[in-house]
Design a protein around this ligand. Structure first.
Ligand SMILES: *Cc1c(COP(=O)(O)O)cnc(C)c1O
Length: 454
């Protein structure tokens, strides 16, 4: 199978790893596609960067006009090991010709089992673990909550301020920000309690103080004995890449354990080698009861997982978990290739390399431009928070205008730069681990020009 299918792997996946702007951005072909799109695609599914991608490889996107962009977003942390990674393309192509769909809950196949074994091996904690595979991050969150409710026999769910967990009905209710994720889309699921989080740049609290605040809030508003689970992003994603104060999450975890609350780590953005560990929980001294994976797990193919303590995962009756496409064979083949690549190419070290190259540059920019209030993050998950001029030491007033101006400037100069933050004032870096130091430094020079042009 491999030999006959290998030649069909497109040769265009070999893309020179360089930035190249050859037309106005967006170019004429992208503009033409955009007109067609506007006639038939729902406006709710909006695009941040209206260039139409023709192909991609490694850290470079090539649009239909032949422009080459340094991709520092990776489709929001999905192509963590690089676009059209050779191993993923080969494994998925081969699998397509062998079994495209099986429906694991009808007639199972090995790939699903293998991914569950790999997740049991690589998620934190050395206890017996089990996994269920689904299609999307939001679906993983839904299933994590569902399993925790069944296990505990309790209803209520706790989440943290600045959280993002998805776009389904339950997860919309779990998000902090209503615009754009929830506004007008209610009524929402009930029994969700939003508690204050740890945001060291703004609250100045130690981990212990912030945990005390969170716990006091939840005990008052929800009641510990009513809570089925606490769902946290160990490093918050859409909220702005906040790394919590030291000891904050372990203290919450202890409180959960003491009160029979399932501790769920939403590692959908921060997991799968993004931070230089398989899961960001490892940096923070956390061993979650359940870990949610999605985004980077299958190199761009849709796959998500709930992995955790066997006794919790097994709380559901047979048939209670599943879904038609969950754990699709092509996606699981791709996920196995991702795990293999992390091992054989020592990709955890690549995330550390990216931090070692990029973070000093961001700190250098911070010392030069006072609107950069904070530089934070771990591995290939870094961010800069922008404030109004002169407020960095005082009110730290959000500066979203600077962020959109920089992102637009970068786009027009061939760099895809994502924004984030509850107040839209954060630039986040989610490069693939295949992005070279040279490309990172080239992107930084564009950002520096953008800052100078403000
Ligand atoms: C993206 C994301 C989700 C939702 O994942 P989808 O695949 O878009 O449903 C949930 N949690 C976090 C932390 C995310 O970054």
């Amino acid at each position: 199978m491999t030999d006959t299918l290998a030649p069909s792997i497109p040769a265009f996946t070999k893309v020179a790893q360089e930035r190249r702007v050859v037309t106005a951005i967006p170019g004429p072909k992208s503009n033409a596609l955009h007109e067609r799109r506007n006639a038939v695609v729902a406006s709710g599914a909006a695009s941040g960067f209206p260039i139409y991608v023709d192909h991609a490889h490694g850290g470079i996107l090539v649009d239909v006009d032949g422009n080459q962009f340094i991709d520092l977003g990776s489709g929001i942390g999905v192509t963590t090991i690089g676009h059209t990674d050779d191993g993923v393309v080969a494994a998925a192509s081969r699998q397509l010709g062998e079994l495209t769909h099986g429906l694991f809950t009808i007639t199972p196949y090995e790939g699903y089992v293998r991914v569950a074994e790999l997740l049991a091996q690589h998620t934190p904690g050395d206890f017996a673990k089990k996994t269920v595979l689904v299609n999307s991050g939001a679906e993983a969150v839904e299933n994590g909550v569902k399993i925790a409710r069944k296990y505990t026999g309790r209803r209520a769910v706790a989440v943290l301020d600045h959280a993002f967990h998805g776009r389904t009905n339950l997860t919309m209710a779990m998000n902090y920000k209503s615009m754009p994720y929830g506004l007008g889309f209610g009524p929402f699921a009930g029994d969700i309690h939003h508690a204050p989080s740890s945001y060291p740049y703004h609250d100045g609290l130690s981990g212990a103080e912030a945990a005390e605040r969170t716990i006091a809030f939840l005990e008052k508003t929800a009641g510990a004995s009513d809570l089925a689970c606490l769902v946290v992003e160990p490093i918050q994603g859409e909220g702005g890449f906040m790394v919590p104060a030291e000891g904050y999450l372990p203290a919450l975890q202890r409180w959960c354990t003491d009160n029979g609350i399932v501790f769920i780590a939403d590692e959908i953005q921060a997991g799968m080698a993004r931070t230089g560990k398989y899961f960001s929980s490892e940096h923070l001294g956390l061993v979650p009861d359940l870990v949610l994976s999605a985004k980077g797990i299958a190199g761009g193919l849709p796959l998500a997982a709930v992995t955790g303590r066997a006794e919790i995962m097994d709380a559901s009756h047979p048939g209670g978990l599943g879904g038609t496409f969950g754990g699709n064979p092509v996606s699981t083949a791709a996920a196995i290739a991702v795990f293999e690549s992390i091992e054989t190419n020592d990709l955890l070290a690549e995330a550390v390399r990216i931090e070692n190259t990029l973070k000093p540059e961001l700190l250098r920019l911070q010392s030069k431009f006072d609107i950069i209030g904070d530089v934070r993050g771990i591995g290939a998950m870094l961010a800069m928070e922008f404030v109004q001029p002169g407020t960095g030491a005082t009110t730290k007033e959000a500066n979203s205008a600077a962020v959109s101006a920089i992102s637009t400037y970068a786009f027009e100069h061939g760099v895809i730069l994502l924004t984030a933050g509850t107040y839209g004032n954060v630039i986040r870096f989610l490069p693939s681990l295949a992005v070279s130091d040279e490309l990172l430094l080239d992107a930084v020079s564009v950002i520096e020009d953008a800052l100078a042009s403000l």
